[in-house]
Design a protein around this ligand. Sequence first.
Ligand code: NAD
Length: 472
Amino acid sequence: MQKRILIVGAGYVGLVSAACYAQSGSRVAVYEKDQAKRGIIASGRSWFYEPSLDRMLRNLKKTRRMTVVLDPVSAVASSDLAMITVGTPTRRDGIADLSDLDRACRDIAEGLKLASRYVLVVIRSTVLPGTTSELVRRTLERFSGKKAGRDFGLVVYPEFLREGSAVRDTLHPSRIVIGELDRCSGNALERFLKEFYGRDLPPLIRVNMATAEMIKGASNAFLATKVSFINEIANLCESFNNVDVDRVADGMGYDHRIGREFLNAGPGFGGSCLPKDLKALVKGARQFGVRLRVAEAALAANELQPLRLIGLVRELVGNTRGKKVAVLGLSFKPSTSDMRMAPSVKIIRALVKTGMRVKVYDPEAMENAKSLFADSVAYASSARNCVRQADCCLILTEWGEFSALTSGLFVQTMKKAVVIDCRRVLKSLKLDSRIVYRALGIGREASDAIVWRNCTMRREHPNKSRGRRHPI
Ligand code: NAD
């Protein structure tokens, strides 16, 4: 049966979900509080870059299965499902800011008051364990005058999509986790998802609401820890003669207990989820008197990782004042325009502080970059234009178009062909003797190698160690 769905908050999660549900035949009403975003969506476009989303929205505009609404309250009353997909950012003190969630709950509660049918409220925003059964439930009941589990349904349905492949991940998720207040609520969501996924239904588990919230928080904390772990191993690899962290990760990844994904060393994890969710979990745990020391260490390592690059730039260009640095890639990962908590932001601000003249380029994130950096940096119209006359080039995001750049471009257009490739997109440059090529996590030549002996570590005299490989 065709479902009527209200989505509150049309960002990366909300708009992608809305488009996927509408495409499969549901009638979707989208409520977005930001007027400018509403206008863009109503015209059949997305306000952020996500592969294939614009095309879907364009097609949906013709079908009228997805509409932008101005009044969430009356939309609730005519919906089967009301999904909350608003942001849950962290405040400066690391605590989750739930003001958008609170507002959304109040709007939905006002709608529940008017509803004469059973409406299932679905929490998709990422929140700490216990938030839905306490704060969300209380707000919904208080402002609707109705009882959760009796008059309306309530579930936590955590989202695991990845920006850059959000549509694909929504259509083919790794798993579905339903956190239910009661069986009736869980059944209602399971029925909808079984219809939506049909034969492609992924593994589905049903748990209570706090467990579902914990699964989401723990998953993100684990992924973030994996990234910080390999970044620290990469830093150690650099101390050895020709040890490449990519090969180390390959060797580790064949072990199915470890897995190869999220073992790519780089300038640190960013984006709207991992840093914020990890911080919120660490802070939240402390409120229960629990220290998450591993997660804390992952966060601390991630704070330092982008700044290691500044040392490397200094080492390669010498006096930085007035030197030109080209930064290729600004979004926190390829195939998205999202720069929230991207390592590029920290790195670029630090480069500007060293007195360097920074020029930046990204295939999709230039608008976001302009609002973040204003006139403190220069903006290039292409990668080619960005590296021209630069003393050093930093590649921070593995956009496909960067892998097509040739060594000739760097040699002929840069003042000095110095390339720091943080994402291994141009490995072949390493072979070109005209280019100073550095990647994170590759050991230097033998002169820098560290030798461990009798469990003590000391640097060998450069002449002695030259040409010798460390026996690991
Ligand atoms: P987002 O910032 O892209 O989108 C949230 C949208 O909600 C914004 O457009 C905002 O204007 C709107 N909004 C806020 N309050 C509103 C209200 N009261 N009524 C109507 N609209 C409102 O956020 P996002 O990246 O889509 O993330 C949403 C939630 O999903 C977060 O909790 C996030 O942690 C979680 N999540 C995000 C991702 C991701 O990759 N982005 C993945 C999984 C989970």
